[in-house]
Design a protein around this ligand. Sequence first.
Ligand SMILES: O=C(O)CCC(=O)C(=O)O
Length: 240
Amino acid sequence: MDKFLVKGAFHHRLGKGEEEQDQTGEDAAVLRGPRWRHIRAQDLDCDYTVLFGRAEADEIFQQLEKEVEYFTGELARVQMFGKWHDVPRKQATYGDAGVTYSFSGLTLSPKPWIPVLERVRDRVSQLTGHTFNFVLVNRYKDGRDHIGEHRDDERELDPRIPIASVSFGACRDFFFRHKDSRGKRPSQRVDMVRLQLAHGSLLLMKPPTNTHWYHSLPVRKKILAPRVNLTFRKILPTKK
Ligand SMILES: O=C(O)CCC(=O)C(=O)O
């Protein structure tokens, strides 16, 4: 499926103060087991690898396209400054029975796992040693769909467990911005961290990254192909 160019599978524009360790190509990763790229900056600790080779990533992407059921109606809209807008992408949640999470001011239960999501989840768990009870699926129909700057620092998330972000489809830019370097009068100057998330890739966002850094997937109008991103999370049991 050539339209999903695995451009810069390991392409990461290094910011000042970031370290780069280990670099190799996708084929080698598939043959010898994944090679990690470690991305470090002030309070940022992420690891990146290509988890699925091209053929497997294509197959999973096609299954996701067929089987994931996205939110519609009110859940596909968001209120900003008192006005309702369509969310600029599609979203769905799946997870363990009994798990609940807050979304747009509502307490929701995810849909039960489907085999394609279990397949990706189990592969991530096998590789990282972490287990996940929830996944948020984001589908971007093209480069106009996006997600604005936010931190995944909700209190319901287990703060010790990384968020595992697995991408399929179009390769997209992904930016991190430090919380103290936002706005007109930042209290610190910290360089942004810019990544490209390739087809079949895994980005592990490890603590304390999401406490200190916002992330976003910016608009890229030249991108015409769709992309599906899965963020596997560990949600803490609700206190009774
Ligand atoms: O699509 C992506 O890579 C980002 C998704 C994201 O930011 C999130 O699930 O919180």
